[in-house]
Design a protein around this ligand. Structure first.
Ligand SMILES: [Fe+2]
Length: 496
């Protein structure tokens, strides 16, 4: 057995003491040796005590590490559950789940693949798996994997089986081409299928390269649990998306039913929606308001369903009685849309839509609201609505020359319209305005629209009004004439 340092020291000291001083009395020697021995034995005891304390501390650290390892999945799960309780956005939720999974299973990478039907340009369809989120992948870009392909992920989705591979290069299902493309070296792979409530595979949860050895059966259990959570969230989000898509489609068709009653107003609601959004975005309104603006603008004239066609289709100017009849459409818009029971997010749509004929000075209809009491989004729609009406052909007049349109918008500042909204509208990029103007035509938009990418609508108006063209603006007037009067009859005459 190895002697401790203090024991060696004790022996050496004894040796040295024996031949040193023969003149010392035996009892003095004995006393000193005894004192030395006492000191040394205390020293040795202290050393032993410290050694034991160090070992104890080391054991404690190892136990704590083991305890931490044991608790890691639980604390990860806690954070996942917490995120589910507080976060609604699917992207953010899946980001949390994959990040925690990566840490829980000590994996280098963690990805969620979702099955999606992809329509080829020719109309044929193919199912593909595409990465929804990917942790550990630098500069994440979406990966698309054919469902009928040879990859492990595709095999997992097709077979609906858990696949746990300790060494990918030893497995024939692994395609090393992916590693070649990305410069990554795949070792261990664990894939778990994600199924919906009907039992169909909707995606795959994959972790790669466990840090200390292959993935265990315990890892499989954890991943299956987390995959079930992720599948539930994805299924819920997809169902919600389908409902939103259905609502969006339904409202869009409803708006068209109004516009299509008369070929001349065809596309009016959609264009007003698009102009309103351009203006709203330019005013930097919040994203949530953009959605409310979208549906309010799209449905603003829905009440016209109650206006008789003999009035709507009348050629020439309307009598005061007929005009009063047309004005009823604003209150009818409110009445009808209120019955649609919009979700809380869109609950203001009927009110905002029905305020599009209110004027800043209080002379509008049908509530006669004034200034700030008119919802801001309705003030935006008012500008967009009048702009589209003036720049569209009507039964009682042709498209209005745009210098005249400018005059009407400008003179309406602060009495009809909110002044800063008119200013912002006029400063919109000309190309964007023309794109909306051309969007509801039967023919595809003219490629000449691109010529207007460097000027504002206001600058175009100045050019039309006789401003001298700057360099690069020389061809714009002719190009605009071709665009603006395209499809109008030869005997076109602008009437106001
Ligand atoms: Fe209207």
């Amino acid at each position: 057995m190895k002697e401790s340092k203090s024991a060696q020291y004790l022996k050496g000291n004894k040796k040295g003491a024996a031949g040193k001083n023969d003149k010392e009395s035996q009892s003095g020697k004995t006393q000193r040796v005894l004192k030395d021995f006492k000191d040394l034995s205390q020293f040795e005891e202290e050393l032993n005590r410290r050694e034991v304390s160090l070992i104890e501390r080391e054991i404690k650290t190892i136990r704590m590490q083991e305890e931490l390892d044991r608790l890691r999945p639980l604390s990860g799960l806690y954070r996942v559950v917490k995120a589910m309780a507080t976060e609604r956005r699917l992207d953010s939720l899946l980001d949390t789940i994959t990040r925690e999974t990566q840490a829980m299973l000590k994996a280098d990478r963690c990805s969620v693949f979702v099955v999606e039907r992809f329509t080829e340009p020719g109309g044929s369809t193919s199912d593909e798996l595409w990465t929804y989120v990917a942790q550990g992948l630098e500069g994440f870009r979406k990966l698309r994997v054919p469902l009928n392909g040879t990859s492990i992920v595709a095999y997992c989705a097709r077979s609906a089986e858990v696949i746990n591979i300790p060494d990918a290069y030893e497995d024939e299902r692994f395609d090393p081409d992916v590693d070649k493309q990305t410069g990554y070296r795949t070792r261990s792979v664990l894939c778990v299928p994600m199924t919906n409530r009907s039992g169909n595979v909707i995606g795959v949860f994959q972790v790669l390269n466990k840090k200390d050895g292959p993935f265990t059966s315990e890892d499989e259990d954890w991943l299956e649990g987390l995959a079930a959570v992720a599948a539930g969230l994805i299924e819920q989000a997809q169902a919600y998306e389908e409902i939103e898509h259905f609502v969006d489609n339904t409202l869009s068709v409803l708006a068209q039913t109004i516009d299509k009653r008369d070929p001349l107003t065809s596309g009016h609601s959609h264009r007003v929606m698009k102009y309103s959004k351009l203006l709203g975005q330019s005013m930097a309104i919040p994203d949530a308001d953009i959605d409310v603006l979208h549906y309010s603008a799209l449905m603003h004239d829905y009440g016209k369903i109650g206006v008789p066609e003999r009035i709507l289709w009348k050629e020439g100017r309307l009598t005061p009685e007929e005009y009063a009849e047309v004005q009823k459409h604003a209150s009818l818009t409110f009445e009808l849309l209120s019955q649609l029971r919009f979700t809380r997010r869109l609950q203001d749509v009927p009110y905002i839509a029905s305020c599009h004929h209110e004027k800043m000075d209080g002379t509008g209809y049908y509530r006669g609201l004034k200034g700030d009491s008119i919802p801001f989004l309705a003030r935006i729609i008012a500008v967009a609505d009048v702009f589209d009406a003036l720049t569209s052909k009507r039964h009682y007049r042709n498209r209005m020359p745009i210098d005249k349109v400018f005059e009407i918008l400008n003179s309406g500042k602060d009495n009809h319209f909110e002044g800063r909204l008119v200013d912002t509208f006029l400063k919109l990029p000309c190309r964007e305005v023309l794109t909306v103007m051309e969007s509801e035509r039967d023919q595809p938009p003219s490629p000449e629209i691109d010529l207007f990418k460097h000027i504002t609508w206001l600058r175009l108006t100045e050019l039309v009004s006789g401003s001298h063209p700057k360099r690069g603006e020389e061809d714009l007037l002719n190009a605009f004439d071709r665009l603006y009067f395209r499809g109008l009859s030869e005997d076109y005459q602008a009437l106001d």
